[in-house]
Design a protein around this ligand. Structure first.
Ligand code: AHR
Length: 308
């Protein structure tokens, strides 16, 4: 009986080793933007945890917000002959050459989160991400309703040249353009950081004599809005009451601000998206080819009511 148990255990143990061995045969290089804000590190953690669950050997490269670091990382992945490459690109431009090198080396590339602007779309398999333009439209639609279509807005833009900064602005502007009494009166980049958002808001406060006549702050991410909230409070203003505060990400710190009444709305950008990304990459490696060029992840709007 004991001998039977031992034999059974040994067989199970051996098959687990074999399974782990075969699963770790998949090696993926992931070039991440950096760790700005609260959303990005949550996304990095999720990618690492999901890779573990899937038995993927993930080579993680943090570009610290610099595209040149990403280009180096992708070239290193190509030299290592990884099975696939995932890129969350800092900015949309400058990708044609390195993507061509990956294609020539027969290594499939997948875009996660942010987009690239390349003439030849066959240089990557697909992009798996939320719709940043929709996020901007949701923020604009919420503000149009909350202000009844009358609003002078200050805007904190994300990293210049990045897909979320470009698309969130476009989406937001497309909606407010439907309302003759809604307009952006000041707009600056805060580079998606809390510090950046604080500095930009301090400048807006100065330039408008304490946000006189300003009805809303639209920030391309929560961290810049969190910085803006600090700047406003230091100037004796009441964010969420004197000025409507709408942003994107719905990170836990913003949920707290919504519940406390110092912010009004945030469009959620999901960070647990490894479960959407890896199945696409693994299916490709198993031979599937009919992917849409964009696998969309849903976005939801949150207000003070559901944050509570
Ligand atoms: O690309 C997504 C954006 O990048 C997030 O909204 C922002 O927080 C991050 O820096």
């Amino acid at each position: 009986m004991n001998r039977m148990k031992w034999v059974g255990g040994a067989v199970v143990g051996l098959s687990m080793v074999l399974l782990a061995g075969s699963a770790s045969a998949v090696t993926i290089g992931f070039s991440q933007v950096g760790d700005e804000g609260d959303w990005r590190p949550a996304f990095s953690r999720d990618m690492q945890e999901e890779a573990k669950k899937e038995g993927i050997d993930l080579k993680f490269a943090d570009a610290q917000g610099k595209e040149e670091n990403q280009l180096k990382a992708v070239r290193a992945f190509i030299a290592e002959r990884v099975d696939a490459i995932i890129i969350a690109p800092v900015v949309v431009t400058g990708w044609d050459e390195v993507l061509k090198e990956a294609k020539d080396a027969n290594i499939p590339v997948f875009l996660a989160d942010r987009d690239v602007d390349v003439a030849d779309k066959s240089l990557y398999v697909t992009r798996i991400s939320a719709d940043f333009n929709l996020e901007g439209r949701l923020a604009g639609a919420w503000l149009a309703a909350a202000s009844k279509g009358h609003c002078d807005i200050v805007e904190e833009q994300g990293t210049t040249g990045s897909a979320p900064a470009i698309e969130r602005k476009k989406g937001f502007e497309a909606v407010i353009a439907l309302f003759p009494d809604m307009k952006i009166v000041k707009s600056e980049s805060g580079d998606f950081t809390t510090d950046g958002g604080k500095k930009v808001m301090e400048a807006f406060i100065k330039a408008t004599d304490g946000l006189k006549g300003i009805c809303a702050s639209f920030a391309h991410n929560d961290n810049m809005q969190l910085g803006a909230i600090q700047a406003m409070k230091e100037a004796g203003l009441h964010p969420g009451k004197d000025v409507l505060m709408v942003s994107v990400d719905y990170v836990p710190a913003m949920a707290k601000e919504l519940a406390a009444g110092e912010a009004n709305a945030s469009v959620e950008l999901r960070s647990a998206i490894g479960k959407y990304i890896y199945p696409v990459v693994l299916d490709y490696l198993k031979g599937k080819r009919d992917f849409p060029k964009w696998v969309k992840i849903p976005s939801d709007l949150h207000t003070q009511y559901d944050a509570q």
